[in-house]
Ligand binder design. Structure first.
Ligand SMILES: [Fe+2]
Ligand SMILES: [Fe+2]
Length: 304
């Protein structure tokens, strides 16, 4: 395949209704109701990690080496819940953006019906994430209050390729992690089932968001594109840096300040974040939504 062909493969958006019809058919075949699908009464084993340890923000540091196995298990359970908590935050933002985006469209179209299906998926996901944290006996971790407040204008106004591009950052990094969690025998069965359900349903959301990004960016002027790049980088920065709530370290009996410092300079974790964002970065670069000075922020969050 030539470079040009490869480029067009990456950026091509199928017909809007055709894609939505395919995604609707897939949703009809494979969707889950976590309240029914998950055994919420099953006991929680005390010897399994909350998530793949290699994805833990302290993995690879000397602090991690000095921790007891029990501390590592506790930390990964809390950190997985913190990531899911950030997931809930972004899903709430996404649901609002989707509702606004389809407000004027004809509900009889496959496109609107898939958007509604996606909102229904996100409702179930957020409930599932909240429930699993409760099942692990973990507090409700959320991004810092000022970040949630500052995100209000974004969630109230973001549309088009900004909304869908921002969504991709949140959905694809979670997707990369959860693909590891669901296959990992060292991980809690609850995390593995939650991850599997999320990965299956998010694959459709990612397809939807990618194609919509391509369609919408095509109409953006050069000035709009520059603005989108900047806001997109800010969004990605706060999503990625909000994944791990500082309180998870204290929950594992660690000095939270020292642990946060160790995580901030953890090269292994930065590599994992870059890996997690790799597909999104490649795609958004291809469609012209990553570039210029906004890359400084992405570098600071170790996204690139
Ligand atoms: Fe989701
Ligand atoms: Fe999603």
């Amino acid at each position: 395949m030539s470079v040009e062909q490869e480029k067009s493969r990456l950026t091509r958006a199928g017909d809007r209704q055709e894609t939505a019809s395919r995604l609707l058919a897939s949703a009809a075949r494979t969707s889950y109701d976590p309240l029914i699908e998950i055994d919420w009464e099953a006991p929680v084993p005390d010897d399994l990690y909350g998530m793949t340890p290699e994805w833990c923000s302290l993995y690879g540091t000397s602090m991690w080496d000095e921790m007891t196995q029990q501390q590592r298990i506790t930390l990964t359970i809390h950190e997985a819940a913190s990531i899911a908590g950030t997931g809930i935050w972004f899903e709430m933002i996404l649901m609002q953006m989707l509702i606004r985006d389809i407000y004027f469209h004809d509900p009889s179209t496959a496109h609107v019906q898939f958007a509604l299906t996606e909102i229904a998926d996100e409702c179930r996901h957020s409930t599932m994430f909240a429930r699993s944290a409760a099942k692990f006996g973990v507090p409700s971790y959320r991004p810092k209050a000022w970040i949630r407040t500052a995100a209000r204008p974004f969630k109230a106004t973001a549309t088009g390729s900004l909304a869908y591009g921002g969504t991709l950052f949140a959905e694809e990094i979670l997707d990369m992690m959860q693909r590891d969690f669901m296959r990992d025998k060292r991980v809690q069965p609850l995390t593995r089932t939650v991850s599997k359900i999320h990965v299956v349903e998010e694959a459709r959301h990612i397809r939807f968001a990618r194609e919509e990004t391509v369609r919408r960016v095509a109409h953006a002027t050069r000035f709009q594109r520059t603005r989108i790049r900047l806001v997109l980088a800010i969004t990605a920065y706060f999503v990625v840096t909000s994944l791990v709530n500082k309180n998870v370290y204290a929950a594992a009996g660690l000095d939270a300040d020292a642990a946060e410092k160790a995580a901030k300079s953890n090269v292994h974790y930065h590599d994992m974040v870059r890996r997690g964002c790799g597909n999104t970065v490649e795609f958004l670069t291809e469609v012209g939504l990553i570039g210029g000075p906004s890359k400084i922020l992405l570098r600071r969050a170790h996204i690139i």
